[in-house]
Design a protein around this ligand. Structure first.
Ligand code: SAM
Length: 298
């Protein structure tokens, strides 16, 4: 049921709560080795505000659509929860997390540091069929760093000019990547990664009262194209996701693109929705939706 505090969900969001000023992402510590399409670095200040506003500190954070894991990593590195559970369906992305968390972080860091990047070496490396998970993990990080927008889905093209005309190497910060990977490995006992369907994990954890959920699905509700181009796995039963959010015991925070379909779904399940400003890759300010059962902290 919608609460009395429910905020308007209609055009312009009326009296909805808003975060009007976009985050300066340079002020947000970066923990992920990915530059992930739809990555949530810009959302970190809002996430922090939400998690500390909860009446009880959650022991666990579950991220059913983890991707580059920005929010999970922030939560664990900053001591906001004791454990995180990251779930991701993409097997290439999963290979990176498995490599880092299951004892091969040092191998991966050294492999990155030793890689002499050029168009020729990248093409030769990516032409190989990876024989192990750690090799697949390395190839994924490499692809993520040399493809436009970090897009791993089929059809993405190589960075040509890149930052300061540095071309294919312009996002290959080997030392930074190696450092981030080793830092994650140091706290791997606090991170569980599951290669699987986030919806199923939500079902399995629905009765855990001490788990909070950060839910950042591919934005494909109402046939939106962006999510289709960005991710290999973009098909999602959005009404089912909303329904699961209404069934879990713990608190949840969802982000979505600002569309009528999504606002209607939020209204149907009695959730609150607000706007959060962000700057897109072209530095234009736009808004995404933040959805939860209670947005009084926003
Ligand atoms: C918007 S992105 C998440 C980005 C992430 N919050 C970050 O900051 O890097 C959505 C992710 O959900 C994944 N995905 C799609 N369907 C899934 C499913 N059923 N279960 C788990 N992951 C899924 C996609 O592969 C994609 O990585």
């Amino acid at each position: 049921m919608a609460s009395e505090r429910q905020i308007s969900l209609f055009p312009g969001l009326g009296d909805a709560r808003n975060v009007a000023k976009p985050t300066n992402v340079a002020s947000v510590p970066q923990y992920s080795p990915f530059r992930y399409p739809g990555g949530k670095t810009w959302f970190v200040p809002v996430f922090r505000r939400w998690i500390v506003s909860l009446p009880e500190r959650p022991a666990r954070l579950i991220e059913p659509f983890a991707g580059g894991g920005v929010i999970s990593l922030t939560a664990i590195m900053e001591g906001l929860v004791d454990q995180v559970v990251m779930v991701e369906l993409d097997e290439d992305v999963a290979a990176v997390w498995h490599t880092i968390l299951a004892g091969n972080a040092e191998w991966l860091a050294k492999r990155i540091l030793a890689f002499d990047i050029s168009v020729e070496t990248v093409q030769a490396e990516l032409a190989k069929k990876p024989g192990t998970i750690k090799e697949k993990g390395f190839q994924t990080i490499l692809r993520n760093r040399v493809l436009h927008g970090g897009i791993l889905a089929r059809g993405a093209s190589f960075i040509k000019k890149g930052e300061n005309g540095k071309g294919i190497a312009s996002r290959w910060y080997a030392k930074t990547l190696a450092r981030r990977i080793m830092r994650i490995a140091e706290i791997s006992d606090k991170i569980q990664f599951i290669h699987g369907d986030g919806l199923e994990i939500m079902v399995a954890a629905s009765e855990a009262p001490d788990a909070a959920f950060f839910v950042d699905p591919p934005y494909t509700a109402g046939g939106k194209r962006a999510g289709r181009r960005l991710y290999t796995h973009h098909e999602l039963d959005h009404p089912r996701l909303f329904s699961l959010c209404s069934q879990i015991q713990g608190p949840f925070l969802m982000t979505y693109d600002d569309t009528e379909e999504v606002k209607n779904l939020a209204a149907r399940f009695g959730f609150q929705a607000g706007h959060v400003a962000m700057k897109n890759t072209h530095h234009a300010t736009r808004h995404e939706l933040v959805i939860s059962s209670d947005l009084s902290w926003l």
